[in-house]
Design a protein around this ligand. Structure first.
Ligand SMILES: C[S@@+](CC[C@H](N)C(=O)[O-])C[C@H]1O[C@@H](n2cnc3c(N)ncnc32)[C@H](O)[C@@H]1O
Length: 309
């Protein structure tokens, strides 16, 4: 694997918000290739602990090697919605002073043709972040009903031509199985050929996004992870979430809002106790122009920060 396989996004901003206690416990729920994990390890002292987790075996292999010399680090492979169970399995009875999740795909996943995430690279249509479980995009797209395909592309990709694309997929797969990123991309480009030059985005962007989010249950994972994180945080512990599109960001924004206010159904009653579990610390931190210039993939990143009460 090459040396630089993922440039960490909003690194300074997230570390500044995440770490308040140098001897605390920290969880990097999406370790990827260790950009944020490495930043945390540089700041905490020998009494501090970092748990780095990812669902992708390639990432686990890489960070295991990269941080092999580090005594105050533990590595987990799990879906972050299952992090409590994974900690228990390893007998790690920890609560955290900071939890970070940098959502979505790593550059390595996107740029590696064999993983099948990119319409720009010819590869097997896989798209699973964890290749040891779940259904591949290829198996799904060749078996799902037209209606299901249209709904996924519409709901998770916000693609306005979802019905036409789904209908064309079903027509084409009757002639020949759709097995590669290239063949799926051709179908979409054919349906959307009139919009090709009008939009700056490649016509397959939204469809690929929708299928990827569905195959990895990204939004369901995020919702469960946020719920569970409350149990895992120490009082005053920080939760930092970096998201890359509005579907994710909306979930984070609403969760932070709901957990940081008094239940609106009770708020008008006299003597209501404040039972909120979070305090919002930062609403929408975006990368500076200088970061976007160096790393254009950071342009859609949004960091939100909350603190456990
Ligand atoms: C944007 S990358 C993180 C990059 C990392 N911060 C770094 O600097 O190298 C996102 C990572 O999250 C992982 N991931 C996404 N959803 C996950 C989930 N539900 N559970 C565990 N890991 C997940 C992906 O496999 C990917 O490696």
């Amino acid at each position: 694997m090459p040396d630089l396989i993922h440039e960490p996004v909003l690194l300074k901003e997230s570390l500044m918000n995440l770490i308040r206690n140098y001897s605390g416990n920290y969880l990097d729920a999406t370790a990827g290739f260790g950009g944020h994990s490495s930043g945390i390890l540089d700041i905490i002292n020998q009494e501090g602990t970092l748990v780095s987790n990812d669902r992708d075996q390639d990432s686990i292999n890489y960070i295991t090697k990269r941080f092999s010399e580090n005594p105050n680090m533990q590595i987990l492979k799990s879906n972050f919605s299952q992090i409590s169970q994974a900690l228990k399995k390893k007998n790690l009875k920890l609560k955290f002073d900071g939890i970070i999740a940098d959502l979505g795909m790593s550059s390595y996943q996107l740029d590696n043709a064999e993983r099948g995430f990119s319409f720009m690279r010819k590869g097997n249509l896989d798209m699973r972040m964890d290749q040891q479980q779940g259904i591949t995009a290829k198996d799904w797209i060749n078996t799902a009903s037209e209606n299901e395909i249209a709904n996924v592309i519409w709901r998770y990709g916000e693609e306005s031509s979802s019905r036409k694309i789904a209908s064309e997929i079903v027509k084409k797969r009757k002639i020949k199985l759709i097995g590669t990123t290239e063949s799926l991309c051709e179908i979409i480009v054919d349906v959307k050929k009139n919009t090709f030059y009008k939009n700056k985005k490649h016509p397959a962007t939204k469809t690929f996004q929708g299928i990827r989010i569905f195959i990895n249950n990204e939004l369901g994972e995020l919702e469960l992870f946020l719920e569970n994180s409350l149990e895992l945080l120490n009082p005053k512990g920080r939760l930092c979430i970096i998201s890359f599109h509005s579907l994710e960001d909306r979930i984070v924004k609403r969760f932070f809002r709901d957990q940081s206010r008094i239940d609106p159904n009770l708020s008008r009653l006299p003597n209501v106790q404040d039972t909120s579990s979070l305090k919002v610390i930062a609403k929408k931190i975006k990368p500076m122009a200088s970061e976007i210039r160096l790393n254009p993939r950071s342009r859609s990143a949004v960091l939100r920060v909350a603190e456990r009460t």
